[in-house]
Design a protein around this ligand. Structure first.
Ligand SMILES: [Zn+2]
Length: 56
């Protein structure tokens, strides 16, 4: 019983981590408005905030 719950929770957590990792690899989250933008973009599609992390 408890083992089954642990397995289900483990799978959910693992799925969450994988999704998170995948999203982090594929998208930038805008620091201005939190919109997810594809990595090839240089500017946020919502607010135009620069997504390139270059310290000027
Ligand atoms: Zn933005």
């Amino acid at each position: 019983m408890w083992l089954e719950i642990l397995v289900v929770v483990g799978i959910l957590v693992l799925g969450f981590l994988v999704t998170n990792w995948f999203t982090g690899r594929m998208y930038y989250k805008c620091s201005g408005c939190k919109t997810l933008n594809a990595k090839r973009r240089e500017k946020c599609r919502m607010c135009g905030h620069s997504l390139v992390d270059n310290a000027e």
